[in-house]
Design a binder for this molecule. Structure first.
Ligand code: MN
Length: 249
């Protein structure tokens, strides 16, 4: 079994190192990940300049691009053979609700999924890498169960996993969830540059709004690991006929 690992925090982040180590029990692991932190890069591809790949150690490659660039490159030319699984993370910080749209961690997994490959994104809720060893153990457990059930699935699956930063024995299980929703993001932060013009920092994500039972927010609030199956078809099927009817007038 071949496993491709990527992330958005950069190839040298503690999270991807722990994940690569944890995945070795399942097969051959190759890391292709951004050279530097690309958190919030979403699914962007670099189209205005060439990309360079640096082999930093055996089976570890750093790309001067985004998470999507990294996985895209790996799948379309860098690797001799396609992987059976793409695993992304372990991210420093949660990716729940609308975060999944901005996340480079999820994007790296989506890129694998676009190529028809099973893909899983892992994130730790709190920043700072506390209990990273436990998160790696959770990743092993989730991948093990995912692989055990592979024969029952006809198509590739995309999973988004969020792990509370807790000792393993304090986790309250692993539950299947749907994405919740957040309130609008906090205001942009305006400062004055030393040269006297205004500069802006994107503000914090909004607080959870749709966070009831069954959501990713609810799971981690209950100290459980959240596993959300994702799809990437953004079509609002319930509105297609309504749009069709006003277009016809
Ligand atoms: Mn990140």
């Amino acid at each position: 079994m071949r496993i491709l690992i990527s992330n958005d925090d950069g190839y040298s982040a503690p999270g991807i190192r722990a994940l690569a180590q944890a995945m070795k029990r399942f097969g051959d692991v190759t890391v292709v990940a951004p050279e530097f932190n690309q958190s919030g890069a979403s699914n962007s591809l670099t189209l205005t300049r060439p990309l360079m790949v640096q082999q930093v150690e055996d089976r570890v490659y750093a790309v001067n691009g985004t998470p999507s660039d990294s996985v895209h490159l790996a799948l379309t030319g860098l690797l001799d053979e396609l992987p059976d699984l793409v695993v992304s993370g372990i991210n420093c910080g949660q990716n729940m609700g609308e975060d999944t749209m901005y996340s480079g961690t999820v994007a790296a997994a989506i890129e694998g999924y676009f190529f028809g490959i099973d893909a899983i994104a892992f994130s730790q809720i709190e920043r700072g890498w506390a209990h990273l060893d436990c998160a790696a153990k959770v990743a092993q457990l989730v991948v093990e169960r995912f692989l055990e059930n592979k024969a029952k699935r006809r198509e590739a699956q995309l999973l988004n996993v969020n792990i509370p930063n807790l000792p393993f024995e304090q986790l309250q299980g692993i539950v299947a969830t749907r994405l919740g929703r957040r309130h609008h993001a906090e205001s942009v932060i305006r400062e004055m540059s030393p040269r006297g013009f205004p500069i802006y920092w994107v503000g914090a994500a909004g607080q959870p709004k749709d966070c009831g039972e069954g959501t990713d927010f609810w799971a981690v609030r209950s100290l459980a690991v959240s596993v959300t199956p994702l799809r990437v078809d953004l079509t609002d099927y319930s509105s297609v006929s309504a749009v069709e009817s006003w277009l016809a007038k």
